[in-house]
Structures are given as structure tokens and as C-alpha cells.
Write a protein that binds this ligand. Structure first.
Ligand code: SF4
Length: 691
């Protein structure tokens, strides 16, 4: 038989938020391959894609893809259903729940894997169609503390600079809590090249992660002690006169308060609290203080703590003290996780405390603007954050849920408890590309299209809005998340099908409501293949490569020093649980692994969960490399392979977050950061024993 034509789509990677662009090839429903885009403009992949970008697309071809809606019967088994049956049932059940338990007894979860347009519609479905402010997404679990801290200090909760021209060209780096080489590989390549060309790099981390191999100095920190060493650096820099007095005087507020707060953090005290030797602290502080430009880069090693917001307040204070904001090649750079967590998880407002564009849902002027556009007023209150939603399920107050493209049964802390909570729901609908661990709990499952099958935009970690385009059709009866939401809304009488001819109409609505996206349209994105970086406020605005050149995002234009108090980890090792566990990512996998565990080329590299154990500790416990061990915390226990290596101190072990068997979140704890509600994933007390 004759083969049909090969489609080529110029698109953006579905994995991490570096946002590499490539050409994706597909034919007859099968994704065939990837070729890095012929551009050196966006963002960083004039090198190449990483292994996930190159081979990771194969998840879309998996035989496990959902192709038809599923409804769970009384026997607990799923049966195939028509779209009408499934959508009618969701409407019937959510309406029933709301009639019986009140409008706010339902919640919606959005997905950073989906496009901006889909996330915008998801929160609109929650707020307008269901009338609930209870909408959240997995950004709560990764960088909510970053966003909270940066909004307080600088005004916008986002990376301030560009990957290529700023991060790739700076004079100095302070990288902390980021396994950049494995989690953001192409960005790491850019950094390593710049270090080879002469930039200084300091890495502070409990684990000697890959990027540390390229550093001028690696400093091992005790888990959960970051505020102490950062405050210590600030103190040293100010005392040595290495701070940027002019910048502080003209562009900031509250410096005296900061000076007072960091005073107790002498080098001796810092060494005692954090394990960082005085000489290392002083060497890093001096080099950073003397550098013309410095980039402060971090990821979840800083954010996922019960004091995550304080960590990022401290780091931003350090960047401000040294005058490293509002200029090129400098600034604070949160390396965001999922492909569209900046746009879909943040900018589009699927969050209980933010309408799209980080607008206040309790502000009358904002509400009126949305009411005018939507024809109805959104709920004028703050809803439940994701961890609160799970608490309310357990308490029996939250009864119905609609989850789009997320897998909280693996990503929440203490997942045995999360499973119990989700089991308490009267009704759960899940929309996804696979029958995920969460979808197994659902009453109705809707088959969604994957990234290679849809048109839309996503916004990468440097605020760059770029296209994703389809190379293939979705399998079977699967539909794009946007089409599903449009069909679903129609059950409640909303005619979104006539309102939105396609995702470009949704972007037009976004641009009318969200000033940061005011100048963004599909026409402009077609004309600007490098994308547009927000704020892009009107059609003449070329976008903003780096933030705060003309002032910080406050009425007076000044940044705020918000001093950070020190508090150590919540759960400290004791006799029963003598080790500290940290969780994280590996190069070959992605988040809860729903996609990468279905890619043979990636599974060949890392086929199962493991725990890293220092050789001294392994000897003490009596295990050898490759043996299975039991890891136990106060929440549960798992059995995983021991990987004996010396990346961390003997008292610290590490388990990746990507697997169902040996799921690290069976061990992690509920404790939340009070400011951002991010859980303390990064420090858990455990014991390790031979099986
Ligand atoms: Fe995709 Fe990130 Fe790899 Fe680039 S670095 S190819 S965006 S996973």
C-alpha cells in the first residue's frame, strides 16, 4: 500500500520548560522523529535537543494510549463509552454534588503539560461553568514558593532573564538546589559552555550533582539550611563593602532591616548550621560580590521546603544586594519544570488565588473586567490550594473533582493518604492520555490528545510564548483538551463552540483580559518564530527580554528586601529514622513518569526506582550496590535497588520521583510552607535496611 505523506510540524518540546524548538515528523498517526529546529534564536538548542527531546516523543505512539471514553461500572471495572454518555454523566454527577453539598464542594485541577489556551479554558470552566474558585495545578508542588517570593520582592513571579543572552553569557553563577544537567539539560549545556569560556560558577547543594563537576567551587550543604548560608553571604558582602550601594539606594527599600536580620549569620554560625566551611562561604561571596554580573539559578532543591518561600526571599535579597537585577546577563533564574508551567500553570490563572495574569480575584475592577468579557462574574474569593483540596476530601467537604492531565496520586506527598482522600470523593472525572494511577480512581475517564497532536501555545521558563503544532492526529476518539472542555461546557449550556473557532480565538480573549499578554496573537507569533516574551502589552510591544530595566513591578518602581528568618527542616533524623531523604529527577525520566515510562529507549537507561547510598553508610547497613533495600519513613515503606555512590554525605539518601513501584512519595510528609503551600518534599527522615 502507498504510504501517506510525512507531516512536519515546527513545534516546541513537551518535556521541560527550557522550551527547545524542533521539527517533529509524523505519518498516519505515528510520530516518526525529531530534528532540532534550524534556528539559534530560541532558546538554546542550536546545540541539539537532549535525550528526552530526541527520543521521548515515543510516548505518543504507545499502545497504552486512551482512545475512547471510559465509565466505571458498579463492579469497579471500566467499560468503553461514547463521548455523549461520558460528558452527560460528568454533567449529571457534578451537578448532583453541587446541589447536595454546595457550589464549592467541587474542584478542578489543570495541567502544565497542556497549552496556554487549554489552561485558560480549564480555569474558566471551574470559575464560570462550575462557579467554584477551587482550581489549582501542579505548579503548587514545584515553584509556588518561587512565585510567592519573587512577587513580594520584585513584582512578577517569574524568571527575569533570557536563556541564551543572559544565562548563557553571564560572568558568574550561583546554582543551588538544581540538578541542572539532568533536569534542564540544554540549559545546562549552555551554562557549561560559558564556564568553559571563563565564567565563574559556585554550586551549593546537598548532592554533588552533575553541574557541580564543572563548578569552580562545590559546597556541600546540609539539607534544608539554605537561608543560613545565603544570609551569611549577604552579611559578608555588606561587611566587606562589596554590595552595590548606588543600586540599593536608588532602586530598593528596607535595606537596613535586611542588614539587621543577617547580622547573626557569621561565617562560624553558618558553618555550624549548614556544614559549609567558612573559607568556601567567603570565597563564593567575594567572587559574587565582585562580579559585574551574576545569575542566581535554582530549582526544586530550593523550593520544595516547608520554608521554601524564605529560601527564595533570601536568594533574591542576595541578588538585590549585589545589584544583579534589571540589567542584562544578570538576575534571578528559577528553572521551571514542566514545558508549560510558566504559562499554563501560572500565567493562565488555574490557581485559587489568581485570575489569569496573576490578577486578584477579590479586586472589584478586575472582576468587572472579567464579567464584561465572560458575561458572568467569576467567584470573588480565593479557593482551595491543591494540598487543601486533599485535606477537604478527607474531611468529606470536597465531593467532586475534575482532573485534567495531572497525576496527584503519585505527585502528592504521602500518597497512601492522598489515595484515601481521593477515594472519599463522590465523583471523579479524569482527562488524560493514559490510564494513569490517578485515572484508575476515576468514575469517568476522557481520552485526550498529546502534545504532538495539538495546536496552541506554551510559555517557557524565560517567559517566551511559543507555538506547539500537530504532526499527527490524536488516536482513536481522543480529542484535544480544548475540544473536550468546549464539549463539556456545552452540557451546562455554554456555547463555547461558536465562541471559539480554534485556539487563536482563545488567545485573543486572553490578550483582552491579561495585560501581560495584551500584544500576543497568533498572527504575531507566526511573524515572530522566536516567540514573544511577556510582558507584551500591545501589538507594538516587542516583548520584554529581561525584566525591571525601568523599575520593579510596584507603584514606586522599587524592589523590596524581605528579610528571611532561618528555620531548619521540619523532620530531623533521630535514632529510629537516622537518614535524610531527598527526592528529585533523573535525566531519562519525567515527573510521575507517565510519559517516559512508556518510552523504551529511556526505560533501557533507568528501568526502575533506586536509592542512592553513600559507600560508608552502605557498609554500615550491610548492603552492596544493586541489592534491594527497604526504605522506611513515618508514612510508609518501599523496596528499591541500592545505588551505592558518594554524591551526598553518608547521612543523606536520594530517590527519584518517577516510578510507581518504589514511589518516593509513599515516604514524604504533609508539612507545608505557610506562604505558598508547597510541601516539604526535600527533607524526610528515613531508615534503610537490607530486605
Ligand atoms: Fe526538551 Fe528540555 Fe530536553 Fe530541551 S532540554 S529537548 S525542552 S527536555
Amino acid at each position: 500500500a502507498r504510504l501517506s505523506r510525512i507531516n512536519k510540524a515546527e513545534t516546541t518540546c513537551n518535556y521541560c520548560a527550557v522550551g527547545c524548538r524542533f521539527d517533529l515528523y509524523g505519518r498516519d498517526g505515528e510520530v516518526l522523529g525529531v530534528r532540532p529546529a534550524d534556528t539559534d534564536a530560541t532558546p538554546a538548542n542550536d546545540f541539539s535537543t537532549c535525550v528526552k527531546g530526541k527520543f521521548g516523543y515515543d510516548f505518543a505512539n504507545s499502545d497504552d494510549r486512551l482512545e475512547t471514553p471510559l465509565i466505571k461500572g458498579d463492579d469497579g471495572e471500566f467499560r468503553e463509552a461514547t463521548w455523549d454518555e461520558a460528558l452527560d454523566l460528568i454533567h449529571e454527577k457534578l451537578t448532583e454534588v453541587q446541589e447536595e453539598h454546595g457550589q464549592h464542594s467541587v474542584a478542578v485541577t489543570s495541567s502544565s503539560k497542556c497549552t496556554n489556551e487549554e489552561n485558560y479554558l480549564n480555569q474558566k470552566f471551574a470559575r464560570q461553568v462550575l462557579g467554584t474558585p477551587n482550581v489549582d495545578n501542579c505548579a503548587r508542588l514545584c515553584h509556588s514558593s518561587t512565585v510567592t517570593a519573587l512577587k513580594q520582592t520584585l513584582g512578577y513571579g517569574a524568571m527575569v532573564n533570557r536563556i541564551n543572552e543572559d544565562v548563557g553569557e553571564t560572568d558568574c553563577y550561583l546554582i543551588t538546589g538544581s540538578n541542572t544537567t539532568e533536569s534542564h539539560p540544554v540549559l545546562a549545556t549552555r551554562i557549561k559552555q560559558n564556564v568553559r569560556d571563563g565564567a565563574d560558577m559556585f554550586v551549593f547543594d546537598p548532592r554533588k550533582v552533575g553541574i557541580a563537576e564543572h563548578a569552580d567551587q562545590y559546597s556541600r550543604t546540609k539539607p534544608g539550611t539554605d537561608v543560613a548560608w545565603i544570609n551569611g553571604m549577604i552579611r559578608y558582602i555588606v561587611r566587606e563593602g562589596l554590595h552595590d550601594e548606588e543600586f540599593i539606594e536608588e532602586r530598593t527599600k528596607n535595606f537596613e532591616e535586611l542588614k539587621e536580620k543577617v547580622e547573626p549569620f557569621t561565617p562560624e554560625k553558618v558553618e555550624e548550621l549548614t556544614g559549609v566551611p567558612e573559607a568556601e562561604l567567603e570565597n563564593a561571596a567575594r567572587t559574587i560580590g565582585e562580579a559585574d554580573t551574576c545569575i542566581f539559578g535554582w530549582a526544586m532543591g530550593m523550593t520544595q521546603h516547608a520554608h521554601g518561600t524564605r529560601n527564595l526571599l533570601a536568594l533574591t535579597n542576595l541578588a538585590l544586594v549585589t545589584g544583579n537585577l534589571g540589567k542584562p546577563r544578570a538576575g534571578v533564574s528559577p528553572f521551571r519544570g514542566q514545558n508549560n508551567v510558566q504559562g499554563g500553570g501560572g500565567d493562565m490563572g488555574p490557581a485559587p488565588h489568581n485570575l489569569p495574569g496573576y490578577q486578584d480575584p477579590t479586586d472589584e475592577e478586575v472582576l468587572q473586567k472579567f464579567e464584561k468579557e465572560w458575561g458572568e462574574r467569576p467567584p470573588d474569593e480565593v479557593g482551595l490550594r491543591l494540598p487543601e483540596q486533599f485535606e477537604e476530601m478527607k474531611e468529606g467537604n470536597l465531593k467532586g473533582m475534575f482532573i485534567m492531565g495531572e497525576n496527584p496520586v503519585l505527585s502528592e506527598p504521602d500518597i497512601r493518604d492522598a489515595e484515601k482522600s481521593i477515594g472519599e470523593l463522590d465523583f471523579l472525572a479524569v482527562q488524560d492520555i493514559f490510564l494513569t494511577e490517578t485515572a484508575e480512581f476515576a468514575d469517568v475517564v476522557l481520552p485526550a490528545a498529546a502534545g504532538p497532536e495539538k495546536l496552541g501555545t506554551q510559555t517557557n521558563t524565560e517567559r517566551r510564548i511559543q507555538f506547539v503544532r500537530p504532526a499527527v492526529e490524536p488516536p482513536g476518539d481522543a480529542k484535544t483538551d480544548m475540544d473536550i472542555l468546549v464539549d463539556l461546557a456545552s452540557r451546562w449550556g455554554y456555547d463555547w463552540a461558536s465562541k471559539y473557532d480554534g485556539p487563536s480565538d482563545v488567545m485573543d480573549e486572553i490578550s483582552r483580559l491579561v495585560p501581560l499578554y495584551g500584544g500576543v496573537s497568533y498572527e504575531r507569533l507566526e511573524e515572530n518564530p522566536d516567540g514573544l516574551q511577556w510582558p507584551c502589552e500591545d501589538e507594538d510591544d516587542p516583548g520584554t527580554p529581561y525584566l525591571y530595566e525601568d523599575g520593579f513591578n510596584f507603584d514606586d518602581g522599587k524592589a523590596r528586601f524581605v528579610p528571611a528568618d532561618y528555620a531548619g527542616p521540619v523532620e530531623l533524623p533521630d535514632e529510629e529514622y537516622p537518614l535524610m531523604l531527598s527526592s528529585g529527577r533523573v535525566l531519562y525520566h519525567w515527573h510521575t513518569g507517565t510519559m517516559t515510562r512508556r518510552v523504551e529507549a529511556l526505560m533501557e537507561q533507568v528501568p526502575e526506582s533506586f536509592v542512592t547510598i553513600h559507600p560508608e553508610m552502605a557498609e554500615q547497613i550491610g548492603v552492596v550496590d544493586g541489592e534491594y533495600v527497604r526504605v522506611t519513613s513515618r508514612r510508609g515503606d518501599i523496596t528499591v535497588k541500592a545505588n551505592v555512590e558518594d554524591q551526598s554525605d553518608p547521612g543523606v539518601v536520594f530517590i527519584p520521583m518517577h516510578f510507581v513501584h518504589g514511589a518516593v512519595n509513599e515516604l514524604t510528609q504533609h508539612e507545608l510552607d505557610p506562604d505558598s503551600y508547597i510541601p516539604e518534599f526535600k527533607v524526610t527522615s528515613v531508615k534503610v535496611e537490607p530486605v
